[in-house]
Design a protein around this ligand. Sequence first.
Ligand SMILES: [Zn+2]
Length: 471
Amino acid sequence: MNLKSGWTQIGLVLAALLVGLCQASLAQVGDAVLEEPGLQPFPTPLTSSAATLFQNVRVFDGKSAALSAPSNVLVRGNTIERISASPITVDTNANVRVIAASGRVLMPGLIDAHWHAFMAAIPLQLLITSPPSYLHLLAAREAEATLMRGFTTVRDCGGPVFGLKRAIDEGVTIGPRIYPSGAFISQTSGHGDFRFFFELPRRLGGPLSHSEIEGVAAIADSPDEVRLRAREQLRQGASQIKLMGGGGVSSQYNPIESVQYTEPEIRAAVEAADNWGTYVTIHAYTPPAIQQAVAAGVKCIEHGHLIDEPTAKLLADKGVWWSLQPLTYDADVFARMSPVSQKKALQVWAGTENAYKLAKKYNIKTAFGTDILFDPDAASRQGAYLAKMVRWYTPAEALKMATADNGQLMALSGFINPYPGKLGVVEEGALADLLVVDGNPLEDIKLVEDPGKNFVVIMKDGTIYKDTLPK
Ligand SMILES: [Zn+2]
């Protein structure tokens, strides 16, 4: 059947299931055309050296607006041990890999603060028609591609990624560090409720819906249910809790203006997270939704594009993080949306300029993220989302946001931080997630758009996954 009649037949039932998350396209159809990760089919880490010495690099440390003088950087184990302008001598008999960088730039690995490792690059039709076991393998493949784009850490804002994270951490498969939220928690008819109509009404205490069983969403109404679902995510290893606190673009049955959850419900999740040393982050676009979340103790707002000035000031006063995405009109993305989502997308995109203006004006702690969903093409352009930030920031400011600043947001997971140690900076004692760039991204941020060509070395946790420097 062709796309149009298929859409008509499956209609709203499909739309209901299609996980109207944030910026998802609803009618995308296709096979598993994942981007080429730019690697051999079964890559393995390139080095098992005890140490790596980067010789003659100019360092962007994640914070400064300028590069360092020519320096040498020694990595031992998974940590940056020493940075020095004078030569670092190493025992040539020791197991040390020397990388002669010839004045190229060394910078921290990139961090995406709003990623969906399970769903970023899997087209929607595939997602709802394929066996979960197959989808998890595709997600693993995409995780490898993500690392090869220079994103060494992602904060996953919803989806079943506990297994993927574990496999990556154990070296079973290749990918970035993942800060998982597990299932996002949504009220009935909220932004995370993508049940079919035939699954309603739910008998209280009745069986879970498909998306709940798969760990994508958790439907919870009342403080007690929210508390239970939050604790279940923590039990599985969530490093933070994700709540849906207001309307979303791609979900079909809640207006953007809708405020979701009540303060006591959000507070229940905040208490559960707080007891575990971590925090709640919440999907919210509008001032009422943001204000309610802040009042309940939420420490990070996802999106917030329709914020107003008093609410921006509130975020600044309370030191709440703002995880904002550079969403502007994108004809390709727009064309793939349902009519309902198109209308909502225009509403949200119209707020982007103002949002960044207010984020800067009030010096709010702002995180960089992409929130790409169901779109292998967009996923392959993850770095272009960062390059787009120069519309509002200098390249140095944008790169700082995607490295040192995002690293601070990761640390908000407190004593359950799965990767304790400093992320997003090049300094002694920090975790060794590093990129060698062929060119100066502080002058030309567009270099991050083509990581295959311009990121000549990619290191995560002290292990080199790519090195194309001439030998
Ligand atoms: Zn999202």
